[in-house]
Design a protein around this ligand. Sequence first.
Ligand code: SF4
Length: 337
Amino acid sequence: MQVLASPTSPLLDSFGRVGTDLRVSLTDRCNLRCSYCMPAEGLDWLPSAEVLTDDEVVRLLTIAVEQLGVQQVRFTGGEPLIRRGFTDIVARTARLRPRPHIAVTTNGMGLERVAPALAAAGLDRVNVSLDTVRADTFRTITRRDRLGDVVRGLAAAAAAGLAPVKINAVLLRGHNDDQAPELLAWCLDRGYELRFIEQMPLDAQHGWSREAMVTADEILAALRTTFDLTPHPDERGSAPAELFLVNGGPGTVGVIGSVTRPFCGACDRVRLTADGQIRNCLFAREESDLRTALRSGADDTEIAERWRRAMWTKRAGHGIDDPTFLQPARPMSAIGG
Ligand code: SF4
């Protein structure tokens, strides 16, 4: 018999997993145009009236932390640094108790300017998406000639104490799949922690294909042409990355086999979109509308209960390898990574 969570319980699903890691998308807009994410002309952005205000975001964060047991908050986009008021949202999140761990996933553009203020506001960590350190490849993948901005942003984050700076990379066949050892060497030289992520079917153009995807096995084989990799001795827990020591350590590299080595059984994530919808999985096909509840006067207890109900129905996993798999209607840029 299915039993719904009690009013005082955390974000439990019917498989016994507990959502403690909240990904909050602050905007669906971005200042790059990565070819694996969106078309060159961009997308139809969310109307601004539908986007949660800063106060609404903070109210939902307060409910998540104080009533639902959320311990980690990761801000995402689109590109979260282009959200006006971002630093203030971070500062208000850092005042919640128990204080959550606060991170941001960014493309690194503009980080040079805001890293010190974000660190002072209470940001704990940055994950920067960077697929190449060659200017021509960067321009081809992102359709913008801005590698230098990202490189300076990374250095600024490290200097501001947002360490360890983590880098997320996707390998794309025919573009940068020959650059994995080069990217790792570059990151090791600078003390950045690199993680390669298998490309997932979340692009707006629906251009993803299983055959074209560079798999975790291929990533590891490419790295092993240059480096000796041994499994990291630490427990993996719910972390998506399989960690390896590089040449015996202390440098590491992570590989996230989102598609071929899914980790859904240990998933502790839940997502809030910029327009106030709860998604219990990256690949969820249903959402739960908290924005309408917020704006029609629901109190915190009712919102918390709606959130718990949304979580309870989380499926066992993404099912990308299932013949009936359907890509979610929202692209990655509107979900948050
Ligand atoms: S696909 Fe869904 S269930 Fe699997 S790890 Fe990602 S969010 Fe969690």
